[in-house]
Design a binder for this molecule. Structure first.
Ligand code: NAD
Ligand code: MG
Length: 402
């Protein structure tokens, strides 16, 4: 990953921006950053799955040329809500629509902030079209890291910049360093809401308890991933591909205060860390400003309040999802895609109260055991592995023992 400025088609004027998933936690915070720097961006595309009410408000404020929504029914509702503005906005639908809103000729930057496997094809399409992709959608790197790497190698003008706070921290620590000097990266993890809860009470964990994250306010899927620590597992795989690391170069440390966002240890023993209050607007903005920094009124760290910084090893007996992610990364091929799909399906079933918190790792482990892994998969093979793993979890969740 290099920090050179992008070959933007409009280097002096505002950069054309598309936000995939503009109604979500990362999407709305990206628009907050855009509001701080109205002269730097021209919002040309916005998309959502189903939150048409908020998307309509965003269209009225930012006047994009294109929007994409998940279904025909959502498109119909959006047109009704945009009465009077609708004629000026091109409304696209589904995955094809998402890809179109990621590849328009007038775009410089694509913020990939949809959740889950749905981000993979649009991200690949944007990179193939030579765009700069600001990547929040970590699942893309988990299921298709090798495909993304190949696409970046084949398209010199494409760039990929991390939005995830840990990976943004690593990128910031790497400024001025050479890749050969990196010994290991240390991803910090808050530990989630159940870090200190006794493991023998995990079977009683409710959806509301799991959705109550101590430090970050995020969408429901990543909040459950944080509670199971699968989020850190996905981030380990994301770090491997973003920074071209070996599995044993990525370490996880639990850091409950979420002030040190991650660290890099170099071959001479020196360690660099990036710190700040937990606020996603900072890494979102850095992905949009890199290699520069833009002065902004985000909350400052108050050293009077920071009385201690704690670090501890993660407990993979209590949080087996983290172990499963390391194992899937080690297996390689389609294993991380199976891990991700089984996790997405299991989290959905947990959120609608069909399975328990402890069933999430069980479903993933069983899906991984049932799958025969393809080495160096194509996009179609990754998608097939994703479908098979989801089916497997649906069957497990529907089985009488659950
Ligand atoms: P969210 O659920 O709040 O928002 C998701 C957005 O994607 C919404 O706009 C939704 O309408 C849209 N969407 C969902 N499914 C879709 C589909 N199938 N097709 C098209 N659009 C779809 O999620 P979020 O918390 O903003 O997270 C987005 C991504 O960023 C995830 O991959 C997450 O892991 C990552 N991330 C989030 C945070 C955070 O603080 N929220 C931090 C780091 C990384
Ligand atoms: Mg993160």
């Amino acid at each position: 990953m290099t920090l050179s400025s992008s070959s933007s088609p409009s280097p002096d004027g505002p950069r054309g921006l598309s936000i995939l998933g503009s109604t979500g936690s990362i999407g709305t915070q990206t628009l907050e950053v855009v509001r701080l720097f109205p002269d730097r961006f021209d919002v040309r595309a916005l998309t959502c799955g189903a939150n048409v009410e908020l998307l309509a408000e965003q269209v009225r404020e930012f006047r994009p040329a294109t929007v994409a929504v998940g279904t025909d029914a959502a498109a119909e509702e959006l047109r009704d809500r945009l009465d009077g503005v609708a004629d000026a906005v091109d409304v696209q639908v589904g995955e094809d629509g998402l890809c179109k809103t990621a590849t328009r000729a007038d775009l410089d930057v694509v913020m990939a902030a949809v959740v889950g496997f749905a981000g993979l094809r649009p991200v690949l399409a944007a990179l193939k079209a030579g765009k700069t992709v600001a990547l929040a959608n970590k699942e893309t790197m988990v299921v298709g890291g090798a495909l993304v790497q190949d696409t970046l190698e084949a398209h010199d003008d494409a760039r990929l910049l991390p939005v995830d706070s840990e990976h943004s921290a690593i990128l910031q620590c790497l400024v001025g360093e050479s890749a050969q000097s990196v010994e290991e990266v240390v991803l910090t993890a808050s530990g989630g809401p159940f870090r200190t809860r006794a493991a023998d009470t995990f079977r009683e964990i409710t959806v509301d308890e799991a959705l109550d994250h101590p430090n970050w306010s995020m969408g429901p899927k990543i909040t459950i991933d944080s509670a199971t620590m699968m989020n850190k597992g996905l981030e380990v795989i994301e770090a491997k591909w973003l920074f071209d690391l070996e599995v044993d170069q990525v370490r996880v440390l639990v850091h409950p205060q979420s002030i040190v966002h991650s660290m890099v240890m170099f071959t001479d023993g020196a360690v660099k860390a990036q710190l700040g209050v937990p606020d996603m607007k900072v890494p979102i903005q850095y992905a949009l400003s890199v290699p520069d920094r833009w002065a902004a009124p985000h909350e400052r760290l108050d050293w009077g309040e920071v009385t201690r910084l704690d670090f501890e090893r993660p407990d993979t007996d209590k949080f087996p999802c983290l172990r499963l992610a390391f194992e899937a990364l080690d297996t390689g091929g389609t294993a991380p895609a199976v891990l991700n799909a089984a996790n997405e399906a299991a989290v959905d079933r947990f959120l609608d109260e069909h399975i328990s918190f402890l069933d999430i790792p069980r479903c993933i482990e069983q899906a991984l055991a049932a799958h025969s892994h393809t080495v160096s998969p194509t996009l179609d093979e990754v998608a097939a592995a994703d479908r098979a793993a989801r089916r497997h979890v649906q069957e497990l969740a529907a089985a009488p023992s659950n």
